[in-house]
Ligand binder design. Structure first.
Ligand code: PGA
Length: 353
């Protein structure tokens, strides 16, 4: 077979001042450690994220700072802040890593779906469905490495700003400040839950005003479900009687089962135990609130072949998720079939932080 001739751009000349000294003395690993400390604001958290010990992290930074010839961090109270040299280095690290990530994406596209990496950032509550979809996807494409970051809505929006993942799963696409592409891919019904022995479990068509008299458990600030809950009460001129604030859906379910109060949660949180377990779903007027799950990414972001394939796979998987949710709580059937859940739509939304 005749080999294709490759032509290079001969007009390219390497920069006059190649950073020889840094090339010989600094390593990409040191830059990675440095970037993580600045981004996370802490040596300890950077060590955790990179699975390194703290002495290793400190040693790498000492070496890097020796190569640069200036201190990279200063202590401000109990926090570490980058110095001016540190801030310059941070900008350089980010553009270097962006170029390398771009290269990695191009190379893995050339290799097809046999190899590659998919980094997903999902809001806390999506952890009940993301692993299932990723599991099925990885059976089809076993060569693809998966990384899943689970955190609340506010942190996911921050990650989107700094372009840390390929795709995001959220309960609502952000609106306002920057533009995103968002694709509906599954129903996400929000319901009010109570302990199985609660007197309201036997009642039908409970008014929200009655719920507002009960002690309430709510997610932490930054949670999407917390925002929806507060807005739903406010729309009726009410306020939940918050007794406890918890940052985890699982902790909230345990608190509900222990009789500490009621809460609004996604029906997906009952995926393992179902609706007949120690936590019951109440029949409240205006509920369930039928939200949807969206796969989101910044507008204009070039998706890798793996990310594009996953997006199509997840959208195509919608009927399975809908069936699963419906089976959990058959009363949802009409709502789900009337709703938008069956129609995966592409929407362009102006995004807000
Ligand atoms: P959360 O988001 O897990 O941060 O509450 C879920 C949602 O927005 O539905």
């Amino acid at each position: 077979m005749k080999r294709k001739r490759v032509s290079f751009d001969n007009s390219y000349t390497p920069p006059a001042a190649m950073p020889d000294y840094l090339i010989r003395h600094a390593t990409l690993r040191q830059f990675q450690v440095f970037e993580a400390i600045v981004r996370l604001g802490s040596f300890t958290r950077a060590a955790e994220e990179l699975f390194l010990t703290q002495p290793t992290v400190s040693m790498q930074i000492k070496k890097l700072s020796d190569s640069i010839g200036l201190p990279l961090f200063e202590h401000v109270g109990r926090n570490v802040e980058p110095t001016e040299a540190g801030r310059e280095l941070y900008d350089a690290c980010r553009s270097m890593f962006e170029s390398l990530a771009n290269l990695e994406m191009k190379v893995s596209d050339l290799k097809g779906l046999k190899r590659g990496r998919l980094r997903m950032g999902v809001v806390t509550t999506a952890k009940y469905l993301a692993p299932d979809i990723l599991g099925e996807f990885s059976q089809l494409y076993p060569g693809v490495d998966l990384a899943l970051k689970v955190t609340n809505r506010e942190s996911i929006i921050d990650r989107m700003h700094t372009n840390e993942d390929d795709l995001y799963i959220m309960g609502q696409a952000p609106e306002g400040e920057f533009e995103v592409e968002s694709h509906v891919f599954a129903p996400n019904p929000l319901v009010i839950m109570a302990s199985r022995s609660h007197p309201l479990v036997a009642k039908k068509k409970i008014r929200l005003a009655e719920i507002a008299k009960e002690p309430f458990i709510i997610r932490e600030p930054g949670s999407g479900i917390r925002d929806v809950t507060i807005r739903t009460f406010e729309a009726k001129g009410l306020r939940p009687k918050v007794r406890m604030e918890l940052g985890s859906n699982e902790a909230i379910k345990h608190a509900i089962a222990a009789g500490l109060g009621l809460s609004v949660l996604s029906l997906h949180t009952l995926t393992l135990e179902g609706t007949e377990g120690p936590v019951a779903v109440l029949d409240v007027e205006g509920f369930p609130i039928l939200r949807h799950w969206y796969i989101v990414y910044p507008k204009g972001k070039e998706l890798s072949l793996v990310a594009r394939t996953f997006l199509e796979f997840a959208i195509g998987n919608e009927p399975n998720i809908r069936k699963r949710v419906q089976k959990m709580w058959p009363a949802l059937k009409n709502l789900l079939n009337d709703g938008k859940a069956g129609r995966a739509r592409k929407k362009k939304v102006a995004a807000k932080k």
